[in-house]
Design a protein around this ligand. Structure first.
Ligand code: SF4
Length: 350
């Protein structure tokens, strides 16, 4: 049993002052777990605080405009998480009267919540006994018990879940869950595990056999694709730029960005003369499976130009975004940086 050593370590060295550990509720734990799914604690904290200040409870999240939710998620990435969070909040209002469910199947049935996240929410917020296998826990258990295999492989995942179920204690489940996540995040890190300080080192197979760097094996490397798009920054005299709302599926779903085109010539279909605009330096952005190269093309609009006429969509799918007085909408991180730099670029042109 690893629980006694982990609990003793956590009492002395674990993290006890994270914002979601204060006023602990299922809602706060849920929001934090979703934010932490692909993102580190230090990055999440300011986002969590802003999000909770605006949406202090589940009902306020369910009733908010989606643009507002995505606005507060801007820069955190993996935006499907934010859309699912709001859909789940709406589902909880519709099906559970606004009370976050406490039965595991009900929690796991919510959008964006898998087995591990459901277990973590219930274990931490209610003390129910549920195992978790998130990225940190997967690494700790694979090393500790010398479990070979790649993340995502059925036999490997099955083995990990068996071990996680077995090791989860009956009592102090909330603290144990927090402790094993903390150990993975602070000591048993991917590149430099600090085995000297680790309370589990006497029992650790990876440490005894010098296999810390091999376990767990990396996910199968996917061949990365490259994509290039022209983003048309069509601007008015006052510096406002035309943004279009992206479809809710696909990259940056539901966020706002300048219209995209395959090349300069295609940009002319929306704004005649656009190809003669100013080509700004390319912006590179890495997604999980591909690299995106954005070629920003800056062009002033002529008098009387109407975006809807150019085929980008209905006028309601677009807005004039003034970087000096930004609207509260969700922007992809590279677009936000690009727009923030625009007033100076436009000014320099004049
Ligand atoms: S001894 Fe090292 S490899 Fe093993 S669990 Fe602790 S930090 Fe990880």
């Amino acid at each position: 049993m690893i629980a006694p050593a982990l609990l003793a370590w956590h009492a002395r060295h674990g993290r006890h002052d994270l914002p979601w550990q204060q006023d602990r509720s299922a809602y706060r734990v849920w929001v934090s777990e979703v934010m932490l799914q692909q993102t580190q604690v230090a990055t999440v904290i300011p986002y969590f605080l802003r999000f909770l200040a605006r949406f202090p409870d589940l009902r306020s999240l369910a009733e908010a405009p989606t643009d507002e939710v995505l606005h507060l998620w801007s820069g955190l990435g993996y935006y499907a998480r934010a859309r699912n969070l709001q859909r789940a909040a709406q589902q909880v209002v519709a099906e559970h009267g606004g009370m976050f469910p406490t039965r595991f199947p009900d929690v796991e049935a919510l959008p964006g919540i898998g087995r591990s996240t459901a277990g973590a929410i219930l274990a931490i917020s209610t003390g129910q006994r549920h195992a978790i296998v998130d990225g940190n826990v997967r690494r700790v258990l694979a090393r500790l018990f010398g479990i070979d295999g790649r993340p995502g492989e059925r036999a490997f995942e099955h083995h990990l879940w068996q071990v996680a179920e077995r090791e989860t204690p009956v009592e102090q489940v909330a603290t144990y869950t927090q402790a094993i996540m903390d150990l993975g995040a602070t000591l048993c890190t991917r590149r430099n595990p600090n085995c000297l300080q680790c309370p589990l080192s006497p029992a650790c197979v990876a440490r005894a056999t010098g296999r810390q760097q091999e376990l767990p094996a990396s996910r199968k490397a996917l061949k990365r694709r490259q994509r290039e798009v022209v983003m048309l920054l069509a601007h008015r005299e006052d510096g406002s730029v035309w943004l279009a709302k992206r479809p809710s599926t696909g990259i940056w779903g539901g966020l706002w960005s300048p219209p995209e085109f395959a090349n300069h010539a295609a940009a002319e279909t929306l704004l005649p003369g656009a190809a003669d605009g100013l080509q700004l330096p390319a912006v590179e952005h890495a997604f999980t499976h591909f690299d995106l190269r954005i070629l920003p093309l800056l062009a002033a609009i002529p008098d009387g130009w109407a975006p809807a006429a150019g085929g980008v969509g209905e006028a309601s799918d677009g807005l004039w975004y003034n970087p000096r007085h930004p609207a509260r909408v969700g922007l992809p991180a590279p677009v936000a940086s690009l727009l923030a730099a625009l007033p100076d670029i436009i000014e320099a042109q004049e």
